[in-house]
Design a protein around this ligand. Structure first.
Ligand SMILES: *[C@@H]1O[C@H](CO)[C@@H](O)[C@H](O)[C@H]1NC(C)=O
Ligand SMILES: *[C@@H]1O[C@H](CO)[C@@H](O)[C@H](O)[C@H]1NC(C)=O
Ligand SMILES: *[C@@H]1O[C@H](CO)[C@@H](O)[C@H](O)[C@H]1NC(C)=O
Ligand SMILES: *[C@@H]1O[C@H](CO)[C@@H](O)[C@H](O)[C@H]1NC(C)=O
Ligand SMILES: *[C@@H]1O[C@H](CO)[C@@H](O)[C@H](O)[C@H]1NC(C)=O
Length: 565
């Protein structure tokens, strides 16, 4: 790849910018050579400034040309390095279509003390954009090649290809996701901080007195330090500084992080207080909570989402929190379609990889204000009751004794059931052959009765002292888990697993784990008898019920098959 030198200048020049815009209107910037063309054009018109090929981008804080519709305030807050991409948090909650943005990679190639530092620059398309919270949206860029450590964004506006290039005058640090406070949520008079890199013991409650919490910088200068009151895995609950307790609105936008008492160094942070409106308004608690909500974490499961939501709404689930780990399928579209149909469904962008348990803790906090009970189960898991009736699930949780804070329901694992293609009328109708014995279970919990640490391991939460869990008798209900679907879907799911406790299934480690398909080895090749596997008993109970009670009498279509388009 060829390299071009760019010279930075902090005194913007309107003429120069107009030239940039005109040049860019003539071409797409997706390829680097076109970028080079632009530079040549540009430099040829400004020989008085530089003696070599160079570009003088507008300075970081320069307002954009008035012809652009992009907001003046858009800039990159933070860069977070993941194993396969760089996540950029942007200063504006509005989401821009990815084709309007470009990732710029650059590296300083001379002494920054010189008046015109020179950069090498590379341009690549943005991978995806998404909303994030009330302050920020996000964009993902490919990993920079070795020499290009810093990543910026540039953008153009549809009609006139405006292309104001900008560089931070002081490039901000790039965070590694191994060591980062990535999210914070207020909970009554505490802040719950989600943080990578503390190396607390897995699956255990840790000693919070070994940690400290930090809030700031306040007035651009100092940090408040407070006590940690609970800690487990990636989650630390902190006392709020008195000034924030007195006036929660002042906390908006303040960063939060954690340090070990022994070494003082604060973990870098991109976590900002008040990103979600619910938390800002936590003073005005709703009087009537919903009885039953559901939290789930998905990646590319739009296919089954409609069926899963509509069916469980019939069983009594009233609200859904969908934590979306970077899906690139139609999930946003499906969620909106369900919203339009009147379902109370909420997609939460959760770009934090290998953070499923932390995501569940986060969801339990979000749901707490609104929901008495919250189910944690996946989009391929369907409750089945021996006596099927509307609201069967909600009337069970609604009739439990107050000492019960968790209900555990066993899962029956279904196999490909002889299918070769995805069942068009839904997984709950298509897959009908399963393994005999239930394995694992999923929980419905009382978010207000969780242990202060919010510790959860594989869908099970630690409860407050004095509360207990109840096992749902198999004679009352089970969960049909459509775990081993047709090969294409199974492969994708295990290739990029949403659960944290499993390594990439292609790696040879952990071969005995329950999360692997027994006997599958580590090859991503379809076993010849795949569609006949995991089939010990035929179980058509849910299918028969749905076809007799849910299907339209005239068309035979199930509610989730009817398109709204
Ligand atoms: C990138 O860095 C390597 C090692 O630091 C160096 O050998 C190489 O020449 C650099 N490439 C470019 C294009 O600057
Ligand atoms: C909120 O915090 C106050 C003060 O610590 C406490 O008295 C109250 O019980 C807490 N409320 C909830 C719902 O946890
Ligand atoms: C937690 O750590 C503190 C400080 O080292 C120590 O005094 C305390 O005994 C520890 N508590 C537990 C439960 O281990
Ligand atoms: C989310 O997606 C990433 C890949 O983008 C994957 O590595 C990770 O395991 C997924 N799941 C979670 C819970 O992070
Ligand atoms: C308790 O169960 C009964 C009968 O199953 C049901 O009618 C009622 O709605 C349930 N109560 C609640 C609060 O869900």
């Amino acid at each position: 790849m060829s390299i071009t030198h760019i010279v930075m200048d902090s005194s913007p020049d309107q003429t120069r910018k107009r030239n940039q815009n005109q040049t860019l209107a003539q071409k797409s910037l997706f390829l680097y050579f076109s970028f080079l063309f632009f530079l040549l054009f540009f430099s040829s018109s400004h020989h008085s400034f530089y003696s070599h090929t160079s570009l003088q981008p507008s300075a970081f804080a320069t307002p954009y040309s008035t012809t652009t519709k992009l907001p003046v305030s858009l800039y990159v807050h933070d860069r977070i390095l993941f194993p396969d991409h760089v996540l950029l948090t942007l200063s504006n909650p509005q989401v821009f279509p990815p084709h309007k943005l470009h990732c710029l990679y650059y590296i300083l190639i001379n002494n920054p003390a010189l008046s015109n530092p020179v950069y090498d620059v590379l341009v690549r398309p943005v991978l995806s954009t998404d909303r994030y919270d009330e302050f920020r949206s996000i964009a993902r860029c490919p990993l920079p090649s070795r020499n290009f450590s810093a990543v910026e964004l540039s953008w153009r506006d549809g009609d006139n290809d405006n292309q104001p290039f900008r560089f931070p005058v002081k490039p901000t640090a790039q965070h590694s996701f191994d060591m980062l406070a990535y999210e914070v949520a207020l909970d009554n008079d505490t802040a719950v901080i989600f943080v990578k890199g503390l190396n607390l013991r897995p699956h255990k409650i840790s000693n919070a007195s070994l940690l400290r919490c930090h809030f700031g910088p306040q007035n651009g200068a100092f940090w408040f330090t407070t006590k940690a009151v609970a800690a487990a895995q990636e989650v630390v609950r902190c006392e709020l500084p008195q000034s924030i307790q007195n006036n929660p609105h002042k906390a908006r936008g303040i960063s939060a992080t954690v340090s070990h008492v022994r070494d003082e160094a604060m973990i870098p942070s991109v976590a900002k207080i008040g990103g979600y409106r619910e938390e800002i308004n936590r003073g005005n608690k709703k009087k009537n909570k919903l009885e039953l909500c559901a939290c789930t974490m998905v990646w590319n499961q739009a296919r089954a989402m409609k069926e899963w939501v509509m069916y469980h709404a019939w069983l009594g689930v009233e609200k859904w929190f969908i934590y979306d780990n970077n899906s690139d399928d139609e999930i946003d579209h499906v969620v909106r379609e369900l919203e339009v149909k009147g379902y109370n469904i909420n997609r939460v962008a959760w770009p934090w990889i290998k953070s499923q348990e932390a995501g569940f803790s986060h969801c339990s906090l979000r749901a707490k204000e609104e929901c008495k009970w919250v189910g944690f189960f996946d989009v391929d898991e369907f409750f089945y009751f021996n006596e099927m009736r509307r609201n069967a699930l909600i009337s069970i949780v609604g009739n439990l004794s107050n000492s019960i804070a968790e209900i555990r329901t066993g899962c029956l694992n279904f196999g490909p059931s002889g299918l070769r293609t995805h069942p068009r009328n839904g997984v709950s109708v298509g897959y009908t052959c399963r393994l005999r014995t239930p394995e694992r279970h999923k929980s419905i919990i009382r978010p207000d009765l969780l242990h202060v640490s919010l510790l959860n391991v594989v869908h099970h939460f630690e409860l407050k002292e004095g509360f207990r869990s109840l096992n749902m008798p198999q004679s009352v209900a089970v969960i049909n888990h459509y775990k081993y679907q047709i090969w294409e879907i199974f492969k994708a799911k295990f290739f990029r697993r949403v659960a944290t406790y499993v390594v990439d299934w292609k790696e040879d480690a952990n071969i005995g784990s329950k999360d692997r398909a027994p006997g599958l080895g580590t090859e991503a090749i379809e076993p010849r008898d795949w569609r006949l596997r995991f089939c010990e008993v035929w179980d058509t109970r849910l299918r028969d019920f749905l076809l007799s009670s849910f299907a339209d009498r005239e068309t035979g279509l199930l509610p989730w098959e009817r398109s709204s388009e």
